[in-house]
Design a protein around this ligand. Structure first.
Ligand code: CP
Ligand code: NVA
Length: 313
């Protein structure tokens, strides 16, 4: 059985308290970086980076963060490793556990990352799967806390596909007592089991989950609008059919004008300008995407700290 507390496989495994402690650590680490005074807590440690999908932010911020901690990121080439083809997942996980101190994984199926965690004995961090993107959600939370001060009772309106980023933001919202509205075309809602896991938590916190099919309806009470690509990595074959459904789900100036005046916007990036979000919103004064992207560095260092700090051994 997986000891789910040893890893960050999905945010549902972490308590509200642990998320808030991670955010506090992320704030402290950001201040250290800004003062040019970071400490090398993980000197001599190696961290494997296994990415089956492309990445700018996640790869760069993990590499920079690990290096700032005095550790050493090791790029693992999925083609050369041939996970499950050249060699069993079990044997790869067991060997890697003898050489590296943790594993950062971006892959298609959530099941793969769960198996690496099951068979290895080092912490595994989910750097995006088809189902979840917890590192993004924690970076969003750091940005949101900086900009808005608190979480409870605030509303995220996610305009787009009920995808991996939407799932992790929903779980984050449930843990922190935020309302979550998804505006998506019919048939592109989040999976039922993911919603069901969050609903009890949301109820306990008196927070609401809504699905609407008109983006205008979603933005009326929103504190932040969130955007992501309509077609996620790995879904390229459905590109044309998917896009036609999503055309009305664009964050543009007219949609933003319908939201309360304090409402801002974020996007996990990469953005497809002119599709799910316009140039005008991306380049406008309400866009917090780059603040969120900046925090990928600090939030992920805080996650590494949580899982690998010396007192944990
Ligand atoms: N948001 C995000 O994870 O970006 P990358 O795909 O570039 O890592
Ligand atoms: N939903 C997007 C997120 C990219 C960071 C994807 O999976 O491609």
């Amino acid at each position: 059985m997986i000891d789910r507390q040893k890893h960050l496989l999905r945010l549902a495994d972490w308590s509200e308290e642990r998320i808030l402690e991670t955010l506090q650590r992320a704030r402290q680490l950001k201040a250290e970086v800004q003062s040019g005074n970071h400490s090398d807590h993980f000197k001599g440690q190696s961290i494997g980076m296994f990415f089956e999908k492309p990445s700018l932010r996640t790869i760069t911020t993990f590499q920079v963060g690990i290096s700032q901690f005095g550790g050493f990121p090791v790029q693992l080439d999925p083609d050369s490793i041939g996970l499950g083809k050249r060699e069993s997942i079990k044997d790869v996980a067991r060997c890697l556990s003898r050489w590296v101190n943790a594993l950062v994984v971006r892959c298609f199926e959530q099941e793969l990352i769960e198996q690496l965690a099951l068979y290895g004995d080092i912490p595994v961090i989910n750097a995006l799967t088809d189902s979840f993107h917890p590192c993004q959600a924690i970076s969003f939370a750091q940005m949101f806390q900086e900009q808005y001060g608190s979480f409870e009772g605030k509303t995220i309106a996610f305009i787009g596909d009920g995808n991996n980023v939407a799932n992790s933001l929903l779980i984050l919202a449930a843990k922190l007592g935020m309302n979550f509205t998804l505006a998506c075309p019919k048939g592109f809602e989040q999976k039922k089991w993911i919603v069901e896991e969050s609903v009890d938590l949301l109820k306990k916190r008196n927070a609401k989950y809504r699905v609407v099919h008109d983006p205008k309806e979603a933005v009326l009470d929103a504190d932040i609008l969130y955007s992501d690509v309509w077609v996620s990595m790995g879904q390229e074959k459905d590109k044309d059919s998917k896009k036609s459904h999503f055309l009305p789900f664009q964050i543009n100036d007219s949609l933003l004008d319908l939201a309360p005046s304090h409402c801002k916007v974020s996007h996990c990036l990469p953005a497809h300008r002119g599709e799910e979000i316009t140039d005008s919103v991306m380049d406008g004064g309400k866009n917090l995407s780059y603040e969120e992207a900046e925090n990928r560095l600090h939030a992920q260092k805080a996650i590494l700290w949580d899982l690998m700090r010396p007192s944990k051994k």
